[in-house]
Design a protein around this ligand. Sequence first.
Ligand SMILES: *Cc1c(COP(=O)(O)O)cnc(C)c1O
Length: 353
Amino acid sequence: MKYPALIIDKQKIQENTRYLVNRCGACGISVAAVSKVFCGIPEVAQAMIDGGAVMIADSRMRNLRQLQVLNIPKMLLRIPMKSRADEVVDIVDVSLNSELDTIQALSEAAIRKNKIHNIIIMTDLGDLREGVWYEYLVDFIGQIIDLKGIHIQGIGTNLTCYGGIIPDEDNLGKLVSLAEQIEATYNIKLEVISGGNSSSLHMVFKNEMPHRVNQLRLGESIVLGLETAFGERIEGTHRDAFTLALEIVELKEKPSAPVGHIGMDAFGQKPVFEDRGKRLRGILAAGRQDLNFNGIIPRDEHIRIIGGSSDHLLVDFTECSRQYHIGDIVEFDLTYGGLLAASTSDYILKIII
Ligand SMILES: *Cc1c(COP(=O)(O)O)cnc(C)c1O
């Protein structure tokens, strides 16, 4: 085994998916499993399919392209670029949309290719990221209803992403009533009401999800076993499907405050230090080029992260009961941001077990 490594446990991903698919299924909700945080590695996405996900969703065309090997419907999560309409129609079965110009481009591309492209219209219920502002949604649908080559599969929303707005019976109730207004106005049936991401799960758990919400797009809850409205652990899921493993390359007793006149560190900041006396300090072989230091949590709770630079992570082993040696591996849990950084780093080996 080589390090630094991100170790991905497929069995745990599958079990997490299975648990959430069952909980959602009990409320009539199907799960689109989101693969963007691990850059759409097909083998890991396959574990989500084995766990019962009916669709794989990703934000990046590059990831979706490599997911082509999987025989399951695919969703583009990010609002598509108009310039990529052709590719979107080629590669994904359904895309989330909010712009008339882009939807027209998708329609034209689909007509050229003799295809029907599915779209879900996103509505902004207050979080202020993507979507047609909810007051204009019904009119917006009127502008696209007659376009050929596309099929309006339904409407959706995304919350707790920019504005931190928590899904509740008010905003998701509004989503359902908008769907009903659209159906009555245009005499159509919306098949999908996509009620958000992992932050909507608390409503499933409390059995408060408005009837007719029938899809959730779940990423963090599957990969990290966390719900994201309140940041709580989800009982019955694994928190440790992903492990960051780093090797110790130096281990020495040193003072905790530098010696000499303090100027700037490698990142142009003037550092400040607390003098804690002599400490057992270690260097792990990974740095800020690979990691988000704020997003990694040592599994040995006695290890303290001191800081680091581009290629070195400094940790304090003084309080540890276990004896560490040069060449030992230190394991970390990851936050969502930590996992994102580790996944995208080309320097961190991805090992699937
Ligand atoms: C990333 C993303 C999701 C998944 O969010 P999680 O919090 O990881 O469950 C769902 N929908 C959209 C539009 C996204 O961009």
